[in-house]
Design a protein around this ligand. Structure first.
Ligand code: NDP
Length: 250
């Protein structure tokens, strides 16, 4: 049973993988959000076809152009979102868009480190910053309700779970660890505004990023994620959770 109503949700990277499945399951939920905003880097491209088709079937889905690497695009997306939401705030931001950079020390370049940081850390943080007024609005509209920011992290970010079999992927790991710190800082700063911030590991999932060998399907992962999200409360603020709701060590 859902403990807080998801009335307005923005999912980034919504054209494929977990982002598309999140929009899909939210649209089909028993109580679908009134506003389901789907951020997508290039809505005109063939990569966005599945999302555009989904949006044709559900009038609450609005596709917004959003490249999280580009601050201008982030600002434009936030302005569009506010226009669509009118005076209703945004009560759930899912910073899902992410990029994976593998590579050991001999393969890593300054560009791959910086690109990873830009997409996986700066983008989610800047989007949260520009959407803060509309998140605050949602948090204020209903006494019982807390708005939330979910940062899609990874178990690969965990310092405690790192071992010699973990592999390298410097750029990806370091960026997601930095994203976890952003979650902690947001949790602290936004708490007085009634906004919860959480890092979430979706499991190892069969997507373009996760690959075919991953044990989890998108459907299973997203079902779990939405269960976890539906049960979030103030005590979860600043947590690192997985798709089953288990706490992960930082
Ligand atoms: P995919 O590679 O399948 O999809 C990534 C999504 O992010 C695409 O929609 C892509 O859009 C979008 N994206 C990438 N860069 C940008 C950008 N600059 N601006 C806007 N959108 C962008 O990944 P998953 O669905 O598997 O992963 C989703 C999230 O979950 C990521 O943050 C990932 O790190 C995390 N995660 C995934 C795991 C897995 O096993 N799959 C495990 C742990 C964490 P486009 O089509 O335009 O490239």
């Amino acid at each position: 049973m859902q403990s807080w109503a998801l009335s307005s949700v923005l999912v980034t990277g919504a054209n494929r993988g977990l982002g598309l499945e999140l929009v899909h399951q939210l649209a089909r939920a028993e109580r679908p959000p009134r506003y389901l905003l789907a951020g997508c880097r290039d809505p005109q491209s063939t990569r966005a076809q599945d999302l555009m088709n989904l949006a044709k079937s559900f009038s609450n889905i609005k596709v917004l152009k959003l490249d999280v690497d580009d601050f201008g695009s982030i600002q434009e997306c936030a302005a569009q979102a506010e226009k669509i939401l009118e005076n209703n705030g945004l009560n759930l931001l899912i910073n899902n868009a992410g990029a994976s950079y593998s590579g050991a020390l001999n393969e890593i370049t300054p560009e791959s480190m910086m690109n990873s940081y830009r997409t996986n850390v700066v983008g989610p943080m800047m989007l949260t910053k520009v959407l803060l007024p509309t998140l605050q609005k949602a948090a204020c509209l209903n006494d019982e309700f807390k708005a939330a920011v979910i940062n899609m992290s990874s178990i690969m970010a965990s310092l405690e779970l790192f071992n010699d079999k973990s592999g390298t992927a410097y750029a990806y790991r370091a960026s997601k660890t930095a994203l976890n710190m952003v979650t902690k800082c947001l949790a602290n700063e936004l708490k007085p505004h009634g906004i919860i911030s959480v890092s979430l590991h979706p499991g190892w999932v069969q997507t373009d990023m996760g690959g075919e060998k991953a044990p989890l399907t998108k459907e299973e992962s997203v079902r779990g994620i939405l269960q976890v999200v539906s049960k979030l409360s103030a005590k979860d603020n600043g947590s690192f959770l997985d798709w089953k709701g288990q706490h992960l060590p930082w």
